[in-house]
Ligand binder design. Structure first.
Ligand SMILES: [Zn+2]
Length: 342
């Protein structure tokens, strides 16, 4: 098969489009013919070596995949060749303490499609049959590929972890990103009010169209001051944070007393400082979230079919132009998700 992969770490110039070993379905596995695969920030960390692929190089990125079933491994039942599917990207052992508690995203042997195994920047990808969900006819392959990581993580962070409620005020960092554009919609769906940040004025209208009430250009405005103004000096109930560094630290300053910061990524840096006086004196909650459950993914698919959530797609590149697609994301030119289509 053809795939877009890399043999050494670096920038988009390290992406190679060429022949790659064909995946073969073992017992309990299926091979999916990829129809669309979304790019993620984690792909950039894998490519540049900040998060080296655990199984080594060469490596195929891509954790958000839709397609059709190509082959079924031994013992797989309930699925059929040619069926339209979406892949749940998290792997869990099913037997450790956390799996038994029903918290598979913190499995001690947790892994991701496209990180711990070769992913979907390819014509074919192999996954455990238990990670397959049918993709409803009403959802196009491209739209489906925009949700398994970005929208699911945003959903789990806001609904399950931060317990967003009607009337809450929510600060969402980086409306232009896949997770940011998802978080704005999910917070609105839950009845909350949303303010968000963008890095350029041409993304302001886009952020408003997703449901953000107040949009701040973080390059020219102070989002902490803006959060205080927007809430009559009170501060926001929830900060949805995925940048790290100073943005993480300052997001806690935007919180009101008893507020919650939920961290779902570290797209600029893995490190963030806290002024502990804010944490204890305001009784803040600082939470993490990592993907979500397959049940939550099903709930999101239902919301998509009902038209209450909409994946935001910036553009789709042909698979053979993966290098240009990666550079497009690295340049932060995208408004929403960038896809590869074989
Ligand atoms: Zn486990």
């Amino acid at each position: 098969m053809k795939a877009a992969f890399f043999k050494e770490h670096g920038g988009s110039d390290k992406m190679i489009y060429d022949d790659y070993r064909d995946p073969a379905a073992g017992a309990g596995e299926v091979v999916v013919r990829v129809k669309a695969c979304a790019l993620n920030h984690v792909d950039m960390l894998l490519l540049d070596g900040r998060f080296p692929p655990p199984e080594g190089l060469p490596h195929v990125n891509g954790c958000e995949v839709t397609g059709t079933i190509e082959t079924l491994g031994a013992g797989v039942t309930g699925l059929a060749r040619g069926q339209r599917v979406i892949v749940f990207p998290g792997f869990a052992c099913g037997t450790c303490e956390y799996c038994l508690r029903g918290q598979r995203t913190v499995c001690v042997r947790y892994g991701y499609l496209g990180a711990h195994k070769d992913g979907g920047y390819a014509e074919l990808v192999k996954v455990p049959a238990g990670n397959i969900l049918p993709l409803p006819e009403a959802i196009a392959f491209e739209a489906g590929a925009a949700i398994p990581l970005a929208m699911l993580t945003a959903w789990h962070a806001l609904i399950a972890q931060a317990h967003v409620q009607p009337g809450h005020t929510v600060l969402v960092q980086a409306a232009g990103s896949g997770v940011g554009s998802a978080a704005i919609q999910i917070a609105r769906l839950a009845g909350a009010r949303v303010m968000t940040t963008v890095g350029s004025d041409d993304k302001i209208e886009f952020a408003r169209s997703l449901g953000a009430e107040h949009v701040v250009n973080y390059r020219t405005q102070d989002f902490v001051e803006e959060a205080k103004k927007w809430t009559n000096k009170r501060g926001v109930d929830i900060a949805f944070e995925h940048i790290g560094g100073e943005t993480f630290e300052r997001s806690t300053y935007a919180l009101t007393r008893l507020g919650t910061l939920v961290s779902i990524g570290s797209h600029d840096t893995h490190w963030g400082r806290l002024d502990l006086r804010h944490v204890y004196s305001k009784n803040l909650r600082i939470l993490g979230a990592n993907l979500g459950s397959i049940l939550e993914l099903r709930a999101i698919l239902d919301e998509l079919v009902r038209g209450r959530l909409k994946p935001v797609i910036d553009r789709a590149f042909p698979l053979k132009e993966a290098r240009a697609a990666v550079q497009h994301v690295l340049d932060r030119k995208n408004k929403g998700k960038v896809l590869l289509v074989p």
